[in-house]
Design a protein around this ligand. Structure first.
Ligand code: FAD
Length: 347
């Protein structure tokens, strides 16, 4: 049957672009609005892990990621300030690719398949009418008494790592190091702050290098940051939200954001896009109403993400409390099965 209603996607991050690709593969007319342009750096650990990798295979994107320079990650190591724990095999191989390359690749693929991409155009209608999907990224934390999170990211050359992925826990934050292609290392971190950070533009290196004496500081001692790759984000809202309660049809972080410590946000962006594609295609072909499509997508996302969001919230709380964090790291170091269980519960 031919499509009757076109779909509009607002937001050309991973969720919006992947949804655009999946809809174009079904011959659905799609227009995608992106406020920015490509290529661009994004705050992200650039470590894809979990079921999102199956989505990349199903959409035929995995080999394209590899051609664009994606590399596999097999081992992880955890460090807490000056202490390093034993390296661990990742229970599932992960894929690491710079967002600079990833978002551009997806944007090109969407256009190659006939999607209409409107870069540097902000979609402003409110509320969203039928046929419009929200893929606008993180929800902003507006409650004044909540912890304020900032996320920072930069690429570095010359860092020395003991594993493909390293997580460094510090006072008031954590920093992940992830090996990318060509000797580049992604350095990205989440930090709890009291309010706006004055002169962040000149202090970001201090945040990302960690305190003198920490393992992180040693790893980055001889490293040089690639200044143009630096980016920052604030106002992150890490409270899980129930998709069924949203009035718009949402995918990716617009739905709900999982704490970055899990390294599962990109996977959730791919998964939610894949779950949304068929109900939206059915709406477009006139086989479902907009409300039926919207609530089917919300139900699938609620069901698919509920467990990992619960565990991730707990894990985020635990790693920000020194006592629980030390116990967790110690237990994870001794019991491989426990580490594998945490890994699978958050993805
Ligand atoms: C510090 C940190 C580290 C992370 N590390 C990892 C990791 O290692 N692994 C992982 O899987 N996840 C990680 N994540 C999470 C991951 O980056 C996100 O979950 C993912 O980018 C979500 O994709 P998205 O498409 O929903 O949103 P985004 O990628 O944020 O895209 C949203 C897009 O919408 C556009 N937009 C917004 N409003 C409008 C509008 N009105 N009109 C037009 N366009 C609009 C924006 O310009 C943006 O391009 C991390 C996050 C942080 C903060």
């Amino acid at each position: 049957m031919t499509a009757s209603h076109p779909i509009t996607v607002v937001g050309g991050g991973l969720a919006g672009l992947t949804l655009g690709v999946a809809l174009r593969q079904r011959d659905i007319p799609v227009t995608l609005y992106e406020a920015g342009s490509y290529p661009r750096h994004r705050v992200c650990g650039e470590f894809i892990c979990g079921r999102g990798i199956d989505v990349l295979h199903a959409l035929g994107l995995y080999p394209k990621f590899v051609v664009a320079g994606a590399v596999e990650a097999r081992r992880a190591v955890f460090c807490e300030e000056a202490r390093q724990y034993r390296p661990k095999a990742l229970p599932r191989v992960a894929l690491c690719l710079s967002r600079h390359a990833m978002d551009r690749l997806l944007a090109e693929e969407f256009q190659r398949l006939g999607g209409e991409l409107r870069q540097r155009e902000r979609f402003t209608a409110s509320p969203y009418p039928a046929g419009v999907v929200r893929a606008t990224g993180r929800r902003i934390e507006t409650r004044p008494k909540r912890i304020k999170w900032i996320g920072l990211k930069a690429h570095a050359l010359g860092a020395t790592l003991d594993a493909d992925l390293e997580m460094h826990f510090l006072r008031g934050g954590y920093v992940g190091l992830c090996r990318l292609a060509g000797g580049v290392v992604n350095v990205s971190g989440l930090f709890a702050v009291n309010g706006p950070v004055p002169e962040l533009a000149s202090h970001w290196r201090d945040f990302l290098r960690g305190p003198v004496g920490s393992v992180l500081h040693q790893r980055l001692e001889r490293a040089e940051f690639i200044n143009e790759s630096f980016c920052a984000v604030s106002g992150l809202n890490l409270r899980p939200a129930r998709p069924e309660k949203a009035s718009d049809c949402c995918v990716g972080d617009a739905l709900t954001m999982i704490p970055p410590v899990t390294g599962n946000g990109m996977s959730m962006a791919f998964e939610s896009a894949a779950w949304a594609a068929e109900p939206l295609a059915a709406y477009s072909r006139g086989e479902r109403t907009w409300e039926e499509a919207r609530s089917e997508i919300a139900r699938r996302c609620d069901k698919g993400f509920a467990r990992r969001l619960r565990w991730a919230r707990w894990l985020q709380w635990a790693v920000f409390h020194r006592g629980t964090r030390a116990v967790l790291l110690e237990l994870g170091d001794r019991c491989d099965w426990l580490w594998r269980a945490w890994f699978s519960m958050t993805r």
